[in-house]
Design a binder for this molecule. Structure first.
Ligand code: GNR
Ligand code: NI
Length: 183
C-alpha cells in the first residue's frame, strides 16, 4: 500500500471523464487499497481514483465516525469499495449538506442533492452489488460519482461563489510557480 498525492484545482485532469474498469484484478485491488490509505491519511470520507490522477471509475468511501486524535479504532472503520458505480434510483426528496473536497482544500459550501440513492456497482471481488444509502453516505456517493464524470461540488453552487473559488485556486497555483519556478 502507498500514499498517493491528491491533485487539486486548477488541475484539468479533475475534469476528465473516467473510464469503466473492464476487469477487477489485483491491479484494481491495489489501486483501491492505495486510495483508502490516501483517503484516511488526508483525512477524508471519500475518494475517487481521478483525485490521485487515475482516470478509472473507482471510488472508496467511509463515513463511519473515527477518533479525531490518536490511535485509529479499527472497529469504527467501515470502508466501501465501489467499481463502475451507477445511481439507479434517486429520491425526489433532497437534503442539504455542507460539502468539502480534498481537491479543493479548505473550501466548504452547502449542496442540495437527492436525499436517498440506490447505487449499483462491482465490489472488490468483481461481484455485482446494490447499496441503498441515505444521509451523509448518500451525499458522499453522489459527490464521488460526480468526480468520475469530471463534475465537482462547486458545479452545484452559485456561479458567483464558483468563479470566486476557481479564481483563488488559479492565483495560488500561479504564486507557487512564481515563487519556486515549479508546482
Ligand atoms: O472528505 C470529504 N468530505 C465530504 C463532506 C461532505 C460531502 C462530501 C465529502 S467527500 C470529501 C472527500 C472528497 O473530496 N471526495 O471526493
Ligand atoms: Ni471530492
Amino acid at each position: 500500500m502507498s500514499l498517493k498525492p491528491i491533485i487539486i484545482l486548477p488541475d484539468t485532469r479533475l475534469r476528465a471523464v473516467s473510464a469503466p474498469v473492464t476487469a477487477v484484478d489485483d491491479g484494481v485491488r491495489t489501486l483501491l487499497d492505495d486510495m483508502l490509505e490516501t483517503m484516511y491519511d488526508a483525512p477524508g470520507i471519500g475518494l475517487a481514483a481521478i483525485q490521485i490522477a487515475v482516470p478509472k471509475r473507482v471510488i472508496v468511501v467511509d463515513v463511519a465516525k473515527r477518533e479525531e486524535e490518536g490511535e485509529e479504532n479499527p472497529e469504527k472503520k467501515n470502508p466501501i469499495f465501489l467499481i463502475n458505480p451507477e445511481i439507479v434510483l434517486a429520491s425526489e426528496e433532497t437534503s442539504i449538506y455542507e460539502e468539502g473536497c480534498l481537491s479543493i482544500p479548505e473550501f466548504y459550501a452547502e449542496v442540495e442533492r437527492p436525499a436517498r440513492v440506490r447505487v449499483r456497482y462491482l465490489d472488490r471481488m468483481g461481484i455485482a452489488q446494490e447499496l441503498d444509502a441515505d444521509g451523509l453516505l448518500a451525499t458522499c456517493l453522489q459527490h464521488e460519482i460526480d468526480h468520475l464524470n469530471g463534475v465537482l461540488f462547486i458545479d452545484h453552487i452559485s456561479r458567483l461563489k464558483r468563479d470566486r473559488v476557481v479564481k483563488k485556486f488559479a492565483k495560488d497555483a500561479k504564486r507557487r510557480v512564481d515563487e519556486t519556478g515549479t508546482e
